[in-house]
Design a protein around this ligand. Structure first.
Ligand code: CU
Length: 65
């Protein structure tokens, strides 16, 4: 399981946007977002480069810290 922290989420809409963005990356599954802590966990069915994740999250309007 991979854990990242995302800055900028303030409501459930943000949670959905982050889940959608990560879900679009091939190989990422079982995404779980904790709005209170900003902690996001997921499984990598195939290895995913962290830069791909950063870029996706940034495009959605949030930041990986
Ligand atoms: Cu929001």
């Amino acid at each position: 399981m991979t854990t990242i922290n995302i800055k900028g989420m303030s409501c459930n809409h943000c949670v959905m946007a982050v889940m959608k963005a990560l879900g679009e990356i091939e190989g990422i599954e079982n995404i779980n977002v904790n709005l209170a802590t900003g902690e996001v966990t997921f499984e990598e069915a195939i290895p995913v480069d962290v830069s791909v994740i950063r870029e996706k999250i940034q495009k959605a309007g949030y930041e990986v810290v």
